[in-house]
Design a protein around this ligand. Structure first.
Ligand code: ARG
Length: 457
């Protein structure tokens, strides 16, 4: 059968070409956006007298039947159609006859596809932000529970200084706050209407692009029609926001994987979010966390994909752009699934605070506090640092800890060291004292939780 666009050519294409050219297998997920866009377009055509009001009403009513039937499963999407835009128009014309053929006045599929994708993404952006906020809620709750629990903080994967688990969890929360903000900001550039740009140059009809944009809930209208049909920056931005969420989830997952090993034993993931081994009965594998870490790769791939598609295409629309959607859809599906799993997995995770505390007691993570103690006794920091280092060296050689050294041993390093040194190096005291803005002290963690709660409210 000849295509609807048969004109210069016969419109009869090779089956191989039809399959290769078709995007219906993936763009059909935007049927609702496509139909709503067409409704607004028909209304505009009627309001501007380009078609009669009566015709506009018939088109809108006809489009509504197509939408309802698709939603209720009464109408199946024809996978032989070229794309969702052609399919909707074809069904409408079958249902309405001649008037259906008027819908495509003063528009092109180039603006339709950009419109649909923008409408789709602005909704998905809201959904992702909502899911991120659910995660933030869980993190705030867990941080509240663990605001005073001491664990080792690391740099270079070496035990560095004591921190509180609440502080640690809040560090991730801050990343997810930025992620939310990025999506909200990106949405400003997604929510710009390309409808009415037509193929590339605008139109000779007296259309009202603002009317259509307003009917569809857009905040603004693309300023330049060439740009309007060929801009996919919003996809790049959206995918880059997704890639960063995945980076953050992946880092967090990496910690959960490490922490659930026997070497760490800092966390116990619930049975519901782990798997066993078919051969090793003792295993409890953090598969979900590993999968999220792994899926980060595909979302980065989606971002690289769109950037590469766009880099060489001249203005305005080129068919290369059909390659924009699968990566976007893949990223949307992936990030939503990852958040859906990650949030309850974190909520159900039991942090083994005793083990964390034990780990914090090894590794001399209070050596900085010992140096600070000496500074408070009047020594310059560099000298204090040196003395503290030699004390640690002695402990390592003699298999002792800072806590088990006797007052005499301390005094042999510097007579200024008194009995109050034990309090100064007590881990609970060490974290309590780090009450600088953003620091690890329970009080400071409280402030951070309040910041998150305020963000969520
Ligand atoms: N299926 C196409 C896409 O996804 C729709 C736009 C087609 N426009 C065109 N002039 N061939 O990009």
């Amino acid at each position: 059968m000849a295509k609807m666009w048969a004109g210069r050519t016969s419109g009869v294409t090779d089956k191989l070409c039809d399959d290769f050219n078709s995007s219906i297998s993936f763009d059909s997920r935007m049927f609702e956006q496509d139909i709503k866009g067409s409704m607004a377009h028909a209304m505009m055509l009627g309001a501007k007298g380009i078609i009669t009001e009566q015709e506009a009403e018939t088109l809108v009513a006809g489009l509504k039947t197509v939408l309802d039937d698709l939603k209720e499963g009464k109408l199946a999407i024809d996978m032989d159609a070229e794309d969702i835009h052609m399919f909707v128009e074809q069904v409408l014309t079958e249902r309405l006859g001649e008037v259906g053929k008027k819908l495509h006045t003063a528009r092109s599929r180039n603006d339709q596809v950009a419109l649909d994708l923008r409408m789709y993404l602005r909704d998905e952006t809201d959904t992702i932000v909502r899911k991120l906020k659910e995660l933030l809620f869980v993190l705030a709750k867990k941080a509240e529970e663990h605001k005073s629990d001491v664990m080792p903080g690391y740099t270079h994967m070496q035990r560095a200084q004591p921190v509180t688990l609440g502080h640690y969890l809040m560090a991730y929360a801050m990343m997810f706050v930025r992620d939310c903000e990025r999506f909200v900001d990106t949405k400003k550039r997604i929510n710009v209407s390309p409808i009415g740009c037509c193929a590339l140059a605008g139109t000779t009809y007296e259309t009202d692009r603002f009317f259509e944009a307003q009917k569809l809930g857009f905040e603004s209208v693309c300023q330049n029609s060439l740009d309007g049909v060929s801009d996919r920056d919003f996809c790049v931005e959206f995918l880059s926001d997704c890639a960063l969420v995945m980076t953050h989830l992946s880092r967090f997952c990496e910690e959960l994987i490490l922490w659930s090993s026997w070497e760490f034993r800092f966390v116990e993931l619930s049975d519901a979010f782990t798997t066993g081994s078919s051969i090793m009965p003792q295993k409890k594998n953090p598969d979900m966390a590993e999968l999220i870490r792994g899926k980060t790769g595909r979302v980065y791939g989606d971002l690289m994909g769109i950037l590469t598609v766009l880099k060489g295409i001249p203005l305005a629309y080129n068919k290369d752009m059909q390659e924009d959607k699968e990566g976007v859809f893949d990223a949307v599906d992936t990030i939503k699934k990852c958040l859906d799993v990650f949030t309850p997995m974190t909520n159900g995770a039991v942090f083994k605070t005793e083990e964390m505390k034990k780990a914090a007691a090894k590794g001399f993570i209070n050596a900085t506090d010992l140096a600070d103690y000496l500074v408070k006794k009047g020594l310059p920091f560099r000298t204090a640092y040196k003395i503290s280092g030699s004390i640690v060296k002695k402990c390592i050689e003699e298999n002792k800890t800072l806590e088990t050294l006797t007052p005499e041993e301390y005094k042999s390093f510097d007579p200024a060291i008194g009995d109050d040194v034990y309090e100064a190096i007590d881990l609970t005291y060490c974290v309590q004292k780090r009450n600088s803005f953003g620091g690890t002290a329970p009080e400071s963690v409280e402030r951070q939780i309040a910041f998150i709660k305020n963000f969520l409210s």
